[in-house]
Design a protein around this ligand. Structure first.
Ligand code: CO8
Length: 373
């Protein structure tokens, strides 16, 4: 059995950004237009008038200030309210593969590795742009990597669940190193016309190089342990899938995009996540107070504050539990990895940290790491 490390990370950030002010202005223009179109029905009581969104609510309820997106103009067009992403011919690199290759190349450069050092690629994200062939195989080929590649989806926990698969492959010797990439184009499955959730998500791609510790560069993070948990819930759900066509559904039906019972998710997932992290640490003879940094899933600021209160008996400082969701919004599985990518340079040799994701499924994944000399 080999010891395993996170050798490096990479982060692709889309070039376009949307502020809460821009988002709310577009939503409110859409709502006003809908209310004008349906004025007679509203007066007759057969149509419920749309209520306007507000920047103050978004910042107070979520902590989100802006988000990056692949395409801004389509999202902000009140007559469209979804990104404009032109279809590409089959011979051209697909969008998810393109942003994953960018993040993966950054991770390879950061660890001084080349394609020849890698034996596997896992593309793990909350949605895939096609059924097959696997996006991961396209990424593998674009990077010139031999070996194998596959896609997997565990919604917001896709990255941590993929880390465990990569760790197992490296630990037992079936791969020397595995690239885990998380291309999250959440803007394409977000209901931008729904005031309750139009502010939640953003686009990004992260990459992690999971490698045999004896091959990893100095300053890498040893993976001391991973722990996964899932518990079925429909409180976060997207019914889009290959059966939709046979079900004769309206392609515009609301349930074919992300939907959630946000309050229930908040109430149910916070205690589950805190309990999960504590029991994982206990199993490694560690306490939450031994942890130098928590790189938590980035869905909602109050959620992370509540989880850290449950863990530490007090609110964590930004140094102990960094926040990136103000800049990026919720980026599904990439959130905790962005926090790790951005906030790990100051971790000293021997210090321990926890990467933890939580989300749809429900699914929770924790990864305990220790900085190496
Ligand atoms: N502007 C103004 N007012 C609003 C708005 C708005 N935009 N939206 C809602 N309100 C109003 C409501 O109408 C309500 O009014 P009233 O009290 O009069 O009824 C009031 O504000 C409060 O509404 P809520 O109860 O809904 O508000 P909350 O305080 O609960 O905040 C949140 C809503 C921010 C959604 C919060 O519940 C939350 O963050 N919950 C946890 C969500 C979460 O973590 N979900 C995980 C999803 S991520 C995941 O698993 C990945 C899925 C795959 C990716 C999908 C990509 C698209």
């Amino acid at each position: 059995m080999h010891r395993v490390a996170i050798s490096s990370t990479g982060l692709f950030i889309p070039p376009e950004t949307i502020s809460n002010e821009e988002l709310v202005a577009a939503y409110n223009a859409y709502a006003q237009h809908e209310n004008q179109v349906h004025a007679a029905d509203i007066a007759a009581g057969t149509f419920t008038a749309l209520t306007e969104s507000s920047v103050a609510f978004i910042e107070k309820a979520s902590g989100i200030k802006h988000r990056y997106v692949i395409n801004k103009s389509g999202v902000l067009d009140p007559a469209r309210m979804r990104p404009h992403i032109p279809a590409r011919p089959d011979g051209q690199l697909s969008l998810m593969a393109e942003i994953a290759v960018d993040a993966a190349q950054q991770a390879l450069t950061a660890s001084g590795k080349t394609a020849a050092d890698i034996d596997g690629v896992i593309c793990a994200a909350a949605n895939m742009q096609r059924a097959y062939p696997a996006i991961a195989i396209e990424i593998q080929t674009a990077l010139g990597i031999n070996g194998y590649a596959f896609d997997m989806n565990v919604a917001c926990s896709s990255a941590t669940f993929a880390i465990e698969q990569a760790v197992n492959a490296v630990r037992c010797g079936s791969a020397r190193a595995v690239l885990v990439v998380n291309p999250e184009i959440t803007s394409a499955h977000l209901a931008w016309k729904d005031r309750d959730c139009h502010f939640i998500f953003g686009d990004v791609c992260t990459a992690l190089l999971i490698e045999r510790l004896d091959l990893a560069p100095a300053g890498a993070f040893e993976i001391l342990g991973t722990k996964l948990l899932s518990q079925f819930s429909s409180n976060i759900r997207n019914n889009s899938g290959f059966l939709a066509r046979s079900e004769d559904r309206n392609p515009e039906a609301r349930d074919l995009l992300f939907k959630q019972e946000g309050r229930k998710v908040f109430k149910e997932v916070c205690p589950l996540a805190a309990e999960h992290i504590t029991s994982h640490l206990n199993a490694m003879q560690l306490k939450p107070s031994d942890v130098r940094r928590f790189w938590l899933h980035q869905a909602n600021l109050s959620m992370n504050q509540l989880i850290s209160r449950k863990l530490l008996g007090r609110e964590a400082t930004l140094n102990e539990a960094p926040v990136i969701l103000d800049e990026f919004a919720n980026t599904a599985s990439a959130g905790s990895i962005i926090a790790f990518h951005r906030h790990q340079a100051d971790i000293q040799t021997g210090e321990v940290g926890v990467i933890c994701s939580f989300g749809a499924g429900y699914s929770i994944g924790s990864v305990i790491v220790k900085r190496l000399p």
